[in-house]
Design a protein around this ligand. Structure first.
Ligand SMILES: Nc1ncnc2c1ncn2[C@@H]1O[C@H](COP(=O)(O)OP(=O)(O)OP(=O)(O)O)[C@@H](O)[C@H]1O
Ligand SMILES: [Mg+2]
Length: 674
């Protein structure tokens, strides 16, 4: 009964104020009063559970916007241009003494406020005591840390989000009581509780921050101090002073911002997370910090110093092994210099684990003369990074025994790649290794496999480069990429640059060819020739191709060791077949294996592998579909000769006799084998 009568009272008041607002005869001040009254009524209704939170939030937002529009407007007829005073009034639930809604404060006399004076003094002190920007930052933080917690602790919450001083009247200061509305204390369903309102007004911090920042911007040191000030004890004091009803300048700051803050703050206030009410201010501070470059934090200064150090040559580094492909840079924390990956390790002062690993059996020295840096000084860091990504460091290791046949080739490669890496002191002068090797032969004979074996066994930094990695990643700059490649390889020596399908990179230069492509090839030849390298440099280029006749004649000369990788002979095929069958269950007799070897004459290594794969599927095919679903691996029948017979029906040699003749001719003409 009582409740219904109070509701009807509210309703009639509501109607009255609605009429006052819409009548068109009331002044801006009256309208603002009416809106304010409505806002307070909404708060009251919410506190006494007459309105749902959703409904109250919606109404509050609506009236807050209208109210804000009037007090912010500088139109003398429709607005009050008196924001701050009215916010105070709203906060206190009192009407201002000033009938005219004019603030006693002006922009000038705001600087006489003790709080503002304090801030200015603090700024001056910082400026005077400034040693470096980093030091200043430390001071600011220190102050915030030393003085802040006491105040925060006393308040039992965020000083920023609670504009009330500890001395504010207790009952009217609802704390963060779980389940209670942030607007109204749980035990205060009394009409308008003014002290709750500031929580709905994050703008209470905004004008403050704006004034302070405007002053501090005069000195570069405080270029981005806004956030610090908001956090500093002085900022807290300022907020306390502000909320303890000290006058504050009106008209400072952008009314639209204030309005937005007010309205969003109002919405926040209706959420059940009071501490969010001031979140927007904090974020804004962070954004602002990043946009003002004049001030460096200690961390930024540290990074800048580090960066300077990185640029300076002194980096004693031994040659590094290329066990780092992809992991180089990818696993690093790059910090603010994200893109740049130093191509050589930083043993001193570098990031732990960030650089390259030490090459275990590295023979070549890089040493204290920092040759790596010297070599790379004219190379773009981005290109260095791309090249470093071509270093091979993973994949299953391939041993020399995994390569069947090609004994002469294997011996030659050991001679020119492995031993010189092990004993550079012996392999000098005439015994010095060649600068380039060309592996050529029919497809599927193991050229790439040999490349992988060199990568695993040589102990050198192994760059696996394809024409596409030199051209497509850096369109039109292939020439520079080639230069970068050799520069990086020299810095990582001993190094092997393996170029699979080298014909696509070093095909004969033609008239119709694109200029960029020609230039890249020419650069490659220059680098390969060693004109730009010293005789001690241990960089070996290994090219592989199944189209040797297409290689540019100048490149052919530079790839001095041209090794023919022929189709595997019977012994090699046998080694392959037995090797492959040893990993599966099979019941081929010696004679049957010999038959398979005999029948596979003319097969390449890849063909033999394919034959064995096909044969291995024979036992499975003999099973029914139902058995395949249920059978265990052990129950799969072993591979038999009959499976090879069937496989021979589908697997054919991939190299034709005509093709073979071309290779053999080319080998006779240009090859260096026996
Ligand atoms: N001599 C060999 N010993 C063992 N396996 C071999 C040998 N030659 C070829 N193979 C098998 O054939 C596969 C293909 O070989 P690889 O890719 O090295 O041929 P390639 O000469 O590079 O061919 P292409 O000229 O077409 O690039 C290898 O993965 C390996 O399984
Ligand atoms: Mg290949």
């Amino acid at each position: 009964m009582q409740a219904s009568s109070s509701r009807s009272v509210h309703l009639s008041e509501w109607r009255k104020s609605c009429f006052a607002i819409t009548s068109g005869t009331c002044t801006a001040g009256q309208k603002a009063d009416a809106y304010r009254a409505q806002i307070l009524r909404i708060q009251h209704a919410l506190a006494s559970s007459e309105l749902s939170q959703v409904c109250a939030a919606r109404l509050f937002k609506r009236y807050a916007e209208k109210y804000s529009a009037i007090i912010d407007s500088d139109n003398v007829e429709t607005g009050l241009n008196n924001y701050a005073e009215n916010i105070f009034t709203l906060a206190r639930s009192q009407q201002t003494d000033s009938d005219k809604w004019q603030s006693g404060l002006s922009v000038n006399n705001v600087f006489k406020m003790s709080t503002v004076q304090e801030m200015l003094q603090a700024g001056k002190r910082f400026r005077d005591a400034m040693l470096t920007p980093a030091d200043a930052s430390v001071v600011i933080h220190k102050e915030a840390i030393t003085a802040g917690p006491a105040e925060l602790g006393a308040r039992g919450g965020s000083a920023e989000s609670d504009p009330f001083p500890p001395s504010a009247p207790g009952p009217d200061r609802p704390r963060d009581v779980p389940g209670s509305s942030p607007l109204m204390g749980p035990q205060s369903p009394q009409p308008p509780v003014a002290t709750n309102t500031p929580k709905t007004c994050p703008t209470s911090a905004a004008p403050f921050g704006e004034v302070v920042t405007a002053q501090f911007h005069a000195t570069p040191l405080f270029g981005n101090v806004k956030k610090e000030n908001n956090r500093s004890p002085k900022a807290s004091t300022g907020l306390s002073v502000f909320s303890s009803h000290q006058p504050f300048p009106s008209g400072c700051g952008n009314p639209r911002e204030r309005k937005a803050g007010y309205v969003s703050g109002a919405t926040d206030a209706f959420s059940t997370i009071p501490s969010q009410a001031f979140g927007g201010t904090e974020d804004a501070g962070q954004r602002e910090e990043s946009s003002l470059p004049t001030f460096k934090t200690a961390r930024e200064q540290f990074w800048a110093d580090q960066h300077k150090k990185c640029r300076q040559p002194p980096r004693a580094s031994g040659p590094s092994y290329g066990g780092v492909k992809k992991s180089l840079g990818a696993s690093r924390s790059r910090g603010i210099f994200g893109k740049f990956v130093p191509p050589v390790p930083q043993h001193e002062g570098g990031e732990p684990g960030g650089g390259l690993q030490s090459k275990p059996d590295s023979a070549a020295p890089a040493g204290p003369g920092h040759p790596a840096d010297e070599r790379l000084k004219n190379v773009e860091p981005k290109m260095i990074e791309l090249i470093m990504n071509e270093i091979v460091d993973h994949g299953p290791p391939v041993t020399w025994d995994d390569i069947a046949g090609v004994e002469f080739t294997k011996a030659t490669i050991k001679e020119v790649v492995v031993w010189p890496m092990l004993r550079p002191d012996i392999f000098t002068g005439l015994r010095g290794p060649p600068k380039g090797i060309l592996l050529f032969g029919p497809p599927g004979t193991g050229k790439t496999l040999i490349g992988k074996c060199i990568a695993s066994q040589s102990g050198a930094t192994f760059f696996s480069i394809s024409a596409s990695s030199l051209t497509s990643k850096w369109v039109g700059e292939g020439e520079k990429m080639v230069r970068a490649l050799f520069a990086v390889a020299r810095s990582q020596q001993p190094a092997v640059i393996f170029i699979d399908e080298v014909d696509s990179l070093l095909s004969r230069r033609g008239d119709s060819e694109h200029e960029a492509s020609r230039r890249m090839k020419t650069e490659f030849l220059v680098q390969l020739d060693g004109a730009t390298t010293s005789p001690e440099d241990r960089v070996l280029v290994v090219g592989a191709t199944n189209r040797p006749q297409e290689i540019d004649e100048a490149a052919r000369r530079r790839l001095a060791k041209r090794l023919y990788i022929p189709l595997p002979e019977a012994a090699a095929r046998k080694q392959m077949v037995t090797g492959l069958l040893s990993r599966e269950r099979s019941r081929l007799s010696e004679e049957e294996v010999a038959l398979v070897v005999q029948q596979s004459a003319g097969f390449s290594g890849a063909d033999v592998t394919q034959l064995c794969r096909e044969a291995s599927l024979g036992p499975i095919r003999s099973l029914g579909a139902a058995d395949i679903a249920t059978i265990t691996p052990e129950q799969v029948p072993p591979i038999a000769y009959v499976d090879f017979e069937n496989a021979f029906r589908t697997v054919r040699p991939s190299v034709s006799p005509n093709d073979l003749e071309l290779y053999e001719n080319w080998n006779r003409t240009f090859g260096c084998g026996k």
